[in-house]
Every structure is written in structure tokens, then in C-alpha cells.
Design a protein around this ligand. Sequence first.
Ligand SMILES: Cc1cc2nc3c(=O)[nH]c(=O)nc-3n(C[C@H](O)[C@H](O)[C@H](O)COP(=O)(O)O)c2cc1C
Length: 364
Amino acid sequence: MIGLFDRLSLPLLRALDAEDAHALAVKALRFMPLPRRAADPRELGVRAFGLNFPNPLGIAAGFDKNAQVPDALLRLGFGFVEVGTVTPRPQAGNPRPRLFRLETDEAVINRLGFNNDGRAAVLARLAARANLTGIVGVNIGANRDLNDRTADYVRLVEAFAAVAGYFTVNVSSPNTPGLRDLQQAEALDDLLARVMEARDRVLPQAGPTPVLLKIAPDLSLADLDDVVGIARKRRLDGMIVGNTTLARPPSLREAVRAKQTGGLSGAPLFPLATRMLAETYVRVEGVFPLIGVGGIDSGPAALAKFRAGASLVQLYSSLVFRGLGLIAEIKQSLLAALDRDGLDSLIELIGVDAAAVTAEPWPA
Ligand SMILES: Cc1cc2nc3c(=O)[nH]c(=O)nc-3n(C[C@H](O)[C@H](O)[C@H](O)COP(=O)(O)O)c2cc1C
């Protein structure tokens, strides 16, 4: 059924403007009757941040910004869903067009700028599904106008703790001016101290909601030293590596579209994101798990993320080019890899290539 859906829908969606196609895909997921979710094989299960993930493949933030279809995404076979980025107040984002497909590169550039329905609307949707199973993380960010940005994150932690499977503190979107400055040591330390304080304050009512930090793949290694040091000091539960890149790898073939302002994602991001994942892994020294994201478009690409240091992975852009069939394909491929090596679980593969990856020449 998924194969048929892909064959019918992909050509149609790709004939549309990228943002219209996304809106249509979300609408289809809201109304499409989906079969019950099939159980995942035990070998694909991962325990991380105190949560049991039925499989390690999640959908990255940005697809379901407003928590309209988390349960449809879980039914499609994702092991977890990250909704958001959500900001305290609703926000229109940047003027359109602001989302571009680079077809021949299987890449996307976006400068959406945190368009979202805001805390109250997203909270109502998540509260309505609170009794359902399935891990739904909430990615949080600050409104664009210059208020106390840290206070925005604190407010969101307090509001969502009871319904969020985990939080992602997003300080790495390139499309909100100044947001990435929160990755600088002093600002980050203050932000994470206050976020963790807020999480602990609401813990008696909400339970222990894990907090992860999502970083940009564009950090220098000196900045990464600081960021990992602060994440460890503030006892975060994990990190996500990473967001879209402002870089434009020389391999890009769609030279004109590549000039669009915004964050690049998809296949051309894979080398940089995987390198940064391995660099993060060696600095974290096993203190907390990592989610690897950026350019995963196949089973082998997902496997490479585990070997570089990921305990879980996420994807977004490749769905646009490969369709929903990719979800089952990646899970099958991971199972086959375990079988081939006679392994019982993915845990045995996490980080085995990290040292080798960090010794390679820096990806262009
Ligand atoms: C259209 C679009 C919107 C996105 N919006 C968000 C967002 O709101 N918050 C966030 O943390 N990441 C966002 N991302 C980044 C993705 O979560 C992911 O980190 C990045 O796209 C790399 O993964 P990929 O190559 O599999 O797409 C967005 C990506 C795309 C393509």
C-alpha cells in the first residue's frame, strides 16, 4: 500500500511548489486511513534517555511543526516523532517562497523561520493524544522578536513537560536571526541551566522529561568542545547532531538554487553532519546518547550514523525524494546488517567507526 501511495503521490507532490506539496502531504496523513502499526522486531529496539524506542528511526523536527499528524507518522513505522519547532506565540515565519527542492542533488534549502501555530494550539493537540502510546518529542525555540529568549524556552518546558516524550532545545536554526548565538558558551550555559531548572521544577507533576540539545553542523571544533562541556556539566540527557547547514558543498549541481538563503539539508549534508556526529561522540565519552540526523537516504547511510556514534537517527529531506517506502527499507537494511554480523542489537555498533571518521580529511 505504501509503495502504491509513493508511486501515485511522489510525481504529483514534486510537480507542486515545495511548501504546497508539504501542506498537502500533511493533509493526506491527517485523513488517510492507515493500518495499525506492525510491531517492530526486538533487535531494532533501543533504550535511550530512559525511554524505550521500538525502533531507532525517527522523523526529524520541521515536518510536523504543529503536531497535526504524530500518530499517523508513528503508524507509518517511525520509532519516534519530533514535533516543532514550537515557539511560545504563533509566528508566520519568513515571506514565501522560502522552501526549495534541489532535485538533482536530492537536497532542500529552507528559510521558513519557525512558522508555527504557537504553544497553546500545539499543546491542545498533544494533550488530546496524551493517552496514546508512542514517543513524541517536542522541539522548542524562541520567538523571533527580541525578548528574553531564554525565558521563551523555560516557558515552553513548563507548558509541555506533561505531554512531551522528550524536549529538544533548538539553538541551531539558521533562520531566526541571532538564534545560533545561543550556542556560544556563556549564553548556552545560562540557557541550559535555566531549562534544566525548569524541567526539575515541574518534575513532581510531569515526571522526568529528557532534555536534548540540537546543534548546528557548522560549529567549529573549538565551539563544539565548549558546547559538549556545557551539556555534560548541565547534565543534559543527550544531543542531536544536527540541524541544516549554511555551507554549500562544492558537490552541489543545482548551482542557481544553491544560492538561495537558508539551511541546506538532504544527501549533500551527510558527510558534514556525520563528521560532526563522530566529533561529538568522541567528546561525550559515553556520558549520554546522541541522535544522528542529516542526509540519511538509505539503510547504509543510517548504519553509518550508528557506527559514527548515534544511538538513534532521524530523517526528513529524503522522504521528499524517496517516499514513505524508505522507512521500511531502512529498518530492513539495519536488520540485515545485524544478521550479517551476527549481532543481537544496534548497541554493539554505536561509535565503532567514530575514531576513524574523525581521522579522515575534513569533508568538503
Ligand atoms: C523544511 C524543513 C524544515 C525544518 N524545520 C526544522 C525545525 O523547525 N526545527 C528543527 O530543529 N529542525 C528543522 N529542520 C531540520 C531537520 O530537523 C534536520 O535536522 C535536517 O533537515 C537534516 O536532516 P535531513 O537531511 O534528513 O533533512 C527542518 C528541515 C527542513 C528540510
